[in-house]
Design a protein around this ligand. Structure first.
Ligand SMILES: [Zn+2]
Ligand SMILES: [Zn+2]
Length: 349
């Protein structure tokens, strides 16, 4: 009788455990895929397109939110429609300080307030920072009321983050944050975003490196150059290449470098890559160009993108193009396009 009771209790407990365990948790562990949660092109009518980027990266047993879109409400709606559980994320990566990659973080924190967030370490940035108080010059002859902290500063001066209490871990230089998972930190030297530090996620798999990029402001080639030092075999690059206003010769150079120099196997461009670059990459990569519009899940099985829409058809559908063009007009936060337009107009002004 006692034995029967024990068996019954253990059955009850094991049933309860299987209910308590989050549905699909075991399946999620073995999943290797990237799902695009935020972008300005895509064919799924149940999702809202907007300028910005976010992707759920499920790889190497980890669930990573890479960037968080441009608008918390749209981000929340897309996340819910795709059935993504933000409570079970391993961590979040914010690629850089532009709002079209971060604004959905408020929603992430409302669901998962303690989640670890990796972000670039920048002096006085919105992710918070700190400096030894020895950084500023002192004048001991001044009366205390004219001196910072009355002349007795703390050893380390802390500067707050825009998201109070968020669990930020700031990354200064390229760092392996978990076995095989590296955050590549590159600083932009490009006019308009000079000194902006950007993180890209590199995952080393047995079939080569999977690289997820946000905007590639420092230059996609510079990021891939660092990635190639981790593993020269680059299996897939997904994300924004920031060539949305680039002229044809620059686009052609990048496409050749990715295909010929770095021998990138597959490419899944999105966000600020730009329409002419979508076309050029599709031409260069053919069947290895993976359509990565909003809502698409790129499978990273033995063959990246297997079962997904490979090179067939246009890089963008016609209605994709219309929305993408409308939303892309916003991608001139530093007035570069505007300045170019003024320059070409020249004497008329
Ligand atoms: Zn950006
Ligand atoms: Zn962007």
């Amino acid at each position: 009788m006692k034995l029967l009771a024990t068996v019954l209790i253990s059955v009850v407990i094991s049933n309860a455990l299987s209910i308590v365990a989050p549905a699909g948790a075991a399946a999620a562990e073995s999943r290797n895929q990237i799902t695009i949660l935020y972008d300005a092109f895509g064919t799924d009518p149940s999702l809202t397109k907007d300028w910005g980027f976010s992707a759920l990266v499920e790889i190497a047993g980890k669930r990573i939110l890479f960037d968080a879109g441009d608008d918390a409400d749209i981000f929340a709606a897309n996340v819910k429609t795709k059935g993504v559980d933000l409570k079970t994320l391993d961590f979040v990566v914010l690629s850089h300080r532009h709002s079209d990659h971060m604004a959905g973080l408020n929603y992430v924190l409302s669901v998962n307030p303690t989640v670890k967030i990796y972000a670039p370490k920048e002096g006085f940035g919105i992710y918070g920072s700190s400096l030894p108080s020895s950084f500023y010059r002192k004048d001991e002859a001044l009366p205390p009321e004219m001196r910072y902290y009355g002349g007795a500063p703390p050893q380390v001066m802390k500067f707050g983050a825009a998201w109070h209490g968020a669990n930020f871990e700031l990354i200064d230089k390229t760092t392996e944050i978990a076995p095989g998972l590296t955050l590549i930190a590159v600083v932009s030297e490009v006019p308009g975003t000079r000194e902006l530090k950007e993180l890209s996620l590199a995952v080393n798999t047995s079939e080569g490196l999977v690289l997820v990029v946000g905007c590639s402001h420092p230059g996609i080639e510079k990021i891939v150059e660092v990635a190639a030092t981790i593993n020269p075999r680059i299996r897939l690059i997904a994300g924004g290449f920031h060539l949305v206003v680039a002229p044809d010769d620059v686009i052609a150079k990048v496409a050749t470098a990715l295909k010929e120099t770095f021998k990138v196997e597959s490419i899944a461009p999105g966000h600020c890559t730009g329409e002419p670059t979508f076309a050029a990459l599709k031409k260069a990569f053919g069947d290895s160009y993976l359509y990565a519009g909003l809502g698409v899940t790129l499978s990273l099985g033995a063959n990246p993108g297997s079962g997904m829409r490979r090179g067939e058809g246009p890089a963008l559908q016609p209605d994709d193009l219309t929305t993408y063009r409308r939303l892309a007009r916003r991608e001139d936060p530093f007035g570069i396009l505007h300045a170019q337009r003024l320059r070409t107009k020249g004497p008329q002004l």
